[in-house]
Design a binder for this molecule. Structure first.
Ligand code: NAD
Length: 244
């Protein structure tokens, strides 16, 4: 199909809630990660300079937990992969998640704004490379040979999210914006719905979450329940009938 005739794009923002039913904890829910660890101690630049070993141990454990038996994409991830495959226009997933469950479900256009599992970055030379190995304070950068400067390629609190330029371009050309399993409390992601409403007044915005969030009034449509129950029928509906 010629580019001029493509239907409007679909931008999908996902958060920890979409991976919850795959067995990965969210941050803020009861029993979530924040109730188990103090993120100030493991997910900030200050934490890194204070105690590298503690930070690296936390992410080594996180990576292992992502690879545990049974951590597989769920019906919501699969529905979004189907949406990208079957919809004639552009479908982009903007995820705050570091897990790779969207890719494992078959999604191809995925922007990991908070970094991703399976990548390592050198604090000395900024090289990013794929690695699934545990990191220690003795790990050596294969590019610049610095020792103890390798960290997970994950955005910590206070650091700039990744891919922002591309993300805002996607938001500014979408006709449908979905926010799935995200609390709307972490910026800039929490501000994306407002950005779409301002720049694309004709775009339709939908919140799909376990429960209403603080951003609820910014969305035109709301669907509440577990992601595996609400996302697949919603995707089937828009593929068949569109979103209006
Ligand atoms: P969050 O923990 O702040 O919010 C999760 C949201 O998901 C809540 O609104 C909750 O009501 C909803 N939710 C919980 N279970 C759900 C379900 N089964 N179906 C649908 N919705 C459900 O997470 P967030 O908004 O993504 O933002 C916080 C940060 O969490 C992000 O920076 C992200 O990087 C990080 N995080 C990522 C992972 C992951 O990679 N899977 C896991 C935990 C935290």
């Amino acid at each position: 199909m010629h580019q001029d005739f493509l239907p409007p794009g679909i931008a999908v923002l996902t958060g920890a809630g979409i991976s919850k039913e795959s067995g990965i904890d969210t941050f803020r829910d009861e029993g979530g990660l924040w109730t188990q660890v103090d993120l100030e101690e493991v997910a900030t630049l200050e934490a890194w300079f204070r105690n590298k070993k503690k930070v690296l141990d936390f992410y080594n454990d996180t990576r292992r937990s992502f690879r545990a038996a049974g951590i597989v994409p769920n019906a919501a991830h699969e529905a979004l992969a189907r949406l990208e495959h079957d919809y004639e226009g552009e479908v982009t997933i903007i995820t705050q998640n570091i897990d790779l469950l969207h890719e494992q479900a078959g999604s191809r256009r995925v922007l990991h704004m908070h970094g991703r599992d399976g990548e390592v970055r050198c604090m000395a030379c900024e090289t990013v490379f794929a690695s699934d190995d545990d990191l220690t304070v003795q790990s050596v950068c294969p590019n610049c040979q610095a020792i103890g400067e390798l960290r997970p390629n994950i955005v910590w609190f206070g650091e700039m999210p990744l891919h922002l330029e591309e993300i805002y371009e996607v938001l500014e050309r979408c006709g449908l914006f979905l926010a799935i399993g995200t609390s709307g409390e972490v910026y800039p992601a929490a501000g994306f719905v407002l950005h779409v409403r301002r720049r694309q007044p004709r775009a339709h915005t939908v919140e799909l979450n376990l429960e209403p969030t603080g951003n609820k009034n910014l969305f035109h449509e709301h669907l509440y329940g577990p992601a595996t129950e609400i996302v697949p029928p919603y995707v089937a509906r828009i593929l068949k009938h569109g979103w209006r």
